[in-house]
Ligand binder design. Structure first.
Ligand SMILES: Cc1cc2nc3c(=O)[nH]c(=O)nc-3n(C[C@H](O)[C@H](O)[C@H](O)COP(=O)(O)O)c2cc1C
Length: 359
């Protein structure tokens, strides 16, 4: 309530990237004080055995995770867990440090409960971030999202080398690695998602690198059935453990915000307009793969009903960012509490039993 009535109006009156950067800096500073983390935990943390599940040989306290893109440089791995997330994904991290696209590059669409993102993968790069995390013990499972460096001169073979460089540097860090092949905001950011031949070349090389961690793919919502079916086939062939569905969408057809405003903002759309787009893709993937490839559902989750819908369509875990920006960090507790009520109503003992129930 305090967030929505007082904090959000103030934050929303300031440039979105300035707020994002300030939040990361503040969170990083506060994460050094255990008393502050304890107070936050007291307010926001919620636990219930009915939400425990094991996936990829990893134990998750609950299905709600923080999606890639919020903690790009892995500065909040000790802070985010206090808010009750079951896992978090850092990055996306690229082979080389990236400054991203020209500013402004982050825009809110309050009428749509959406954000237009055009960061272009700003991050400190794989070498610096892997060094930062080398000896860190994570309180919750941390996924490492890696993407191709946003540089037009890095393509084809060099693009694969770039992914492999980051993959190697993080081979022993974190709980799983995600290959982000669906960034709509960088040159070649979605090539490996849309071009099956390119994806196979990438996965072949990634498969040669030794790692004990599961590898996941994060896919674009803007693909057709044929592309999805190829991604599923290649995932089976090349030891991909799961799919994150999905990244930002280029689709602007269902926005309520005036076109004259939206047209000024380059980038991909997150939040509510993505809900049905990602749900359709989750449903399709679960059907095509016969429920055999685990799905992390992502896009437009604002409450427990949205979360449960994605689980019943076939998601084993969930991720969000935009919901937290619009509802505040209490969203994690609200969703987890709501999920317990919803599974009890459906007479399930554990959230696992609801996965794919509606599909
Ligand atoms: C500010 C912002 C930055 C993002 N950056 C990344 C990124 O670096 N890598 C990535 O895979 N996804 C990125 N995303 C996409 C999210 O991870 C997520 O797939 C998408 O926003 C849909 O979820 P949501 O509707 O809950 O925000 C970003 C999203 C936002 C809002």
């Amino acid at each position: 309530m305090i967030y929505k009535k007082i904090i959000k109006p103030v934050l929303f009156s300031i440039d979105a990237e300035t707020v994002h950067d300030a939040t990361i800096n503040l969170g990083n500073k506060l994460s050094k004080y255990s008393l502050i983390k304890k107070i936050i935990k007291n307010i926001y943390y919620y636990e219930n055995d009915k939400l425990n599940l094991s996936l990829f040989n990893i134990n998750f306290k609950n299905p709600v995770g923080l999606a890639a893109g919020f903690d790009k440089n892995a500065l909040l791995t000790k802070f985010i867990p206090s808010f009750g997330f079951g896992h978090m994904e850092i990055g996306s991290i690229t082979g080389e440090k990236c400054f991203g696209n020209p500013k402004p590059r982050l825009f809110r669409l309050p009428k749509d409960k959406a954000i237009v993102v055009h960061y272009g993968l700003k991050n400190d790069g794989a070498e610096i971030i892997s060094k930062r995390l080398k000896h860190e013990k994570f309180p919750i499972p941390v996924g490492i999202s890696i993407a191709k460096t946003n540089d037009k001169d890095i393509f084809e073979k060099d693009a694969i080398k770039d992914y492999c460089k980051s993959f190697k540097l993080f081979a022993k860090i974190g709980a799983y690695t995600t290959l982000n092949i669906s960034c709509p905001n960088s040159k070649d950011g979605t090539t490996f998602c849309q071009d099956t031949i390119a994806l196979e070349k990438l996965l072949k090389e990634i498969n040669k690198i030794k790692t004990a961690k599961p590898t996941l793919l994060k896919i674009s919502p803007d693909i057709d059935k044929e592309q999805l079916s190829s991604i599923i086939k290649l995932s089976r062939k090349y030891n991909i453990w799961g799919l994150i569905i999905s990244n930002l969408s280029k689709n602007r057809g269902n926005l309520k915000t005036d076109k004259s405003i939206v047209n000024k903002y380059p980038g991909g759309i997150s939040g509510l307009p993505m809900k049905s787009i990602s749900n359709n893709l989750i449903k399709e993937t679960y059907k095509l793969s016969k429920g055999k490839i685990p799905i992390i559902g992502c896009g437009g989750i604002f409450n427990a009903n949205d979360a449960y819908e994605k689980i019943k369509l076939g998601s084993s875990l969930l991720q969000l960012i935009t919901g937290m920006i619009y509802q505040g960090p209490v969203i994690v507790k609200d969703i987890n509490k709501g999920l317990v009520k919803l599974i009890e109503k459906d007479k399930f003992e554990n959230i696992k039993e609801a996965i794919g129930y509606k599909n």
